[in-house]
Every structure is written in structure tokens, then in C-alpha cells.
Design a protein around this ligand. Sequence first.
Ligand code: ADP
Length: 567
Amino acid sequence: MKRKIYFNIATLSALVAILVTGFLLLTFYNFHVKNEIRALKDYGKIMSDILDPLDDITADSLRGNTDPNIRLTIIDLDGNVLFDNMANPQTMENHLDREEVKDALKFGEGEAVRNSATLDKNTYYYAVLLSNNSILRISRQGATIFSHFKNVLPFIFLIVFLILLLSLFTSSILTKKILEPVENVVKNMEEIIDNRALNEFIVYDEIMPFIKKVENQKNQIKYNIKTLEEKAALMDVITSSMKEGFILIDENKKILSTNDSGIKLLQGDDNLSYYGDDFIKLSRSIKLHEALDKSIDTNSSEELILNLGEKYLTIYINPVLSNNILIGLVILVVDFTQKYKLDLMRREFSANVSHELKTPLTSINGYAEIIESGMAKNEDIKKFASTIRKEGVRLLNLIDSIIKLSRIEEEEYEKDFYIIDIYDIGENTMDNLKLIAGKKNISLNLYGKSTFINGNKDMIAELIYNLLDNGIKYTPYGGNVNLEIKSEDGWAIIKVSDTGIGIPASQQSRIFERFYTVDKSRSRKKQSIGIGLSIVKHIVEYHHGKIKLVSEINKGTEIIIKIKHYA
Ligand code: ADP
């Protein structure tokens, strides 16, 4: 803008300078021509006065008595030259067509300026009709405009050059002066908009609409940014609190945004934002990339299941279209590991339950058939009946355990929580098991003191029973099973330890699974079905507690449960 204004002013002043100079030169020239003609006229008047009455004066007498620079020609009314002081009239052509002659015939006098043969000379003519019906024409050669200018041209150039310099200088000052207020406004736009009282900046009224527009746009931009920020913040809050992974990528598979769950579920690096990275940096799964490519190529929604180590993920891919053109993909990653495992467990559970029910029933059926067929000897019938009863008890225990487990899993248990003393519950439970322990000569010992938790009494009783029962079951004749109840660092501790057969390290992580038994043959003998510890685990989870297992083969097992202590 500055350059443009500067250029325009400079051009304008240069043009004005040139035009004014040209105009002055032209005026000067016209003035000069008029002067020449006037001189000729004056001279012609004098000559016509002399010539008019002197009809008989011979033309020759005029020769040498006139101005040597002035040519005198006398022409008759037909245009024939009668006299010329510089040439032989006989050789001269008819002059009727000459402009000054024509005018003299018509109006009594005429004048003309014509270029001579040489370019830098002009000839000035004046013709006057004499009373003796002849025309006197006077002519004189003078300098042309060019010859005049030739002499003054260097000065003209110098003047034009000086004017140009001056105009360049003044244009730069003018440009500065014109633009200064505008530049000030631009420089101080923020202040002007924020405090409209700063009128000192607004030199031109014409700038006001511009400022208004800028102000409006500023407000609009502010509003838009605020709205966008709010939307982004809302989106952030929503996506960051989502368990599901929410990832946006563009059509070239560059990551535009991802929430923490997205990174975590796809097993990326928590410390990276992945913004602007290729999706391959976050996940190298070929299956996932194939699905993304398919969605990009065909604008289709895709769904796939991905198994990443322990995790099972369902991934939903949706194309984002703008005017039917794909601009990106929304990827939703849902962790269904829990559900997958639950489904698996349920399937295993049904298989296990049928198996566990079938085994004692087959045995009962078998013995009953033998007795029924009369093939059993009398002394065997008692033995068979005892086996049938044992298997019946086993069946009942099994059904009882399954019912308990499913009640806990389906959360049908009495849910009410009370402030309960777990030492008290432990003491009662231990009493119930004294008889069984006594049969194996196992000593049951209770340590600790009253400890309170906010919990469910029946569940805690069930938990302690199962742990003590296991202790008795897996401790050889004459061993010890201890129960310790205490509080420690804000936790209530239930510790059940025994001097039993222990659990192999390789199996320790699995014994809390349903129907998991360490050694089938050993478990069978012990009437183990693998549900007790699974119930324990559920009850602990229900109380938001923790379980720790320490066990060594042939030395014993220690199971420590921590539940928040009620103080
Ligand atoms: P169950 O109630 O049928 O014994 P559990 O779920 O309680 O089943 O136990 C699962 C398995 O863990 C058992 O089969 C047993 O091998 C092992 N186990 C549990 N408690 C002990 C213990 N105190 N000592 C040794 N092994 C144990």
C-alpha cells in the first residue's frame, strides 16, 4: 500500500510537472508566433501605405530599400506574381492557393505560418489587399518550435529532473503523512477496540467503519474460539472419562486425537500423545490396519475382534464423510476381556458342573443297580450303602456350593452391610469346625482380638469357614490350623495358616478359579470340587479387600485377607 501510494503520488507529480512544462512551452511558442505575425503586420501596414498611392513606382525601386530579411511579393487578383524582391516573378508559380492570399482576397488581410524546406525554419506570412487591386504579401523566416526548444532543452530537462526529484521527495513525505494515522491505528488496534475512548488514533473518519468491522470480527473470532474451546473441553472430559478408547485418524491414517484409554487399550506408550503420528506407531496389528485400509478404501464401517496378549478388544471403525468424501475415521476400542473371560468361565462352569454332578450320580447308580439286581452279597450291601451315602453327601455339598457361588455371583446375597466384629465371627465358625478337626487330631487355634469392619456377617462367616475347612482338609493328622484376626495400618486382617501339604508355586495363581483343583486324584480323596476359594475370592472383592497367598509344599499354607478396618 505504501509503495502504491508513493508510486501514484510520484507519477502524478511527475505528470503534472511534465504537462505544466509542456503547456508553458506551448504558450511561449504561441506568444512568439503572434509576435512575429504582429511585427509582419506592422511592417505590412507601413508598406501598404507606401505602395498604395505609388502605383507607378517600379518594383525595382523597392529592391535594396527594404529589410533584407523580409520578402515582399506583389500578386494580382488572379494570383500571378507581379513583383518579388528576392526572385524573378516570371519563374514563380500562381499564388492564388496560398492561405494568406485567399484570406486577403476574402477579408482584406490574411496570415499564415508554414514550415520551410528545412525543418528548423518557419516562414511567417502576412498578405494585405491594396487599393490598387493587388495583394502585398510579406514574409519572413523565423525559428521553428524545435529550434527554439533545441536551445532551451537542456534547461528544460534540468528543470523537469529537479521537479521530479522534488516530487519524489514530497511524495515520500506525503505518503508517510497519509499513512501514519492508518499505521497508528493498525499498531494500536487492540487498544482502540478495547477502549473506544482512544479517539486520538482515529484521525480519519473513514477508518471508523474499518475499525467497527475489525471489532466485530474480533468478537466473532473470540466467540468462535470460546465455543470451540468449550466443545473441545467437553469432548476431552467425555473422552478422557471413557473406559473405551476413542481415536480419530485422518484419511492418511495420521492420528488426530486419542484419549488415554485408546492408548492404554492398544498397548501404546502412556507418556506419548501420538498427535500427528502415523497410526502404525500406536498399533502394529496387521488385522487392525487391514480393517482401517478397507474402511478408507470403501467408506465402510468395520468391526473386528483383536486379541492383544491378555486382552480381548472389539474395535469399531466408522468413516467420517464430508460431502461424501472421506476425511477421517473414528475408532472405538472396547475392552471386553472381562465379558470374554466370564463367558469362557460360564461355559467351563456348565461343563464342570455337569461333570461334577455326573461322577457321584454314576457311582450311586452303579451301586444301586448291583443291589437291585441281587448280585451284591449281604456283607457288601452295607459297604455299598455307605458309598452311596458318601456320594450323596458329596452331591449335596456340591449343589450347596454351586448355589452359594451363583448367589454371590448374581449378587443375590443379603447385601446389607453392618459394623461386625470379625473376631467374634471367627470364633463361632471355628467352634463349628472343631468336630471335624478333632477327627484328624488337628488343633484349631484362634489369635487376635475384636476387630470391626463394615461388612456382611454371613459372607465373612462363609469366607472363614472355607479357609479353615481347607486348612483342615489339606493338613495331615495331628497338624495345626490357625486363625488370626487383627488390625494393621487401617486394615482388618484375617490370616488362616496351616501346617499342611502346601500348594505348588505353579498352581498358586489358579486356585481361586472355579472348579480348579490342584491335583485331581488328591482332591478327589479330599472331596474337593474347587469352589471354596472361588467363593472366598468373590466375598473379598465384594468387600473391596485384598487376598495374599503364601504356600510351600509340605510346610503349609497361609492365606491373608485384608478388608478396610472400621475405626
Ligand atoms: P475345595 O473347597 O473343593 O477344596 P477350593 O477352591 O477351596 O476347593 O480349593 C482349590 C484347591 O486349592 C484345592 O483343590 C486344593 O488343592 C488347594 N487348596 C486350597 N486350600 C489349601 C490348603 N490350605 N492347603 C493346600 N492346598 C489347598
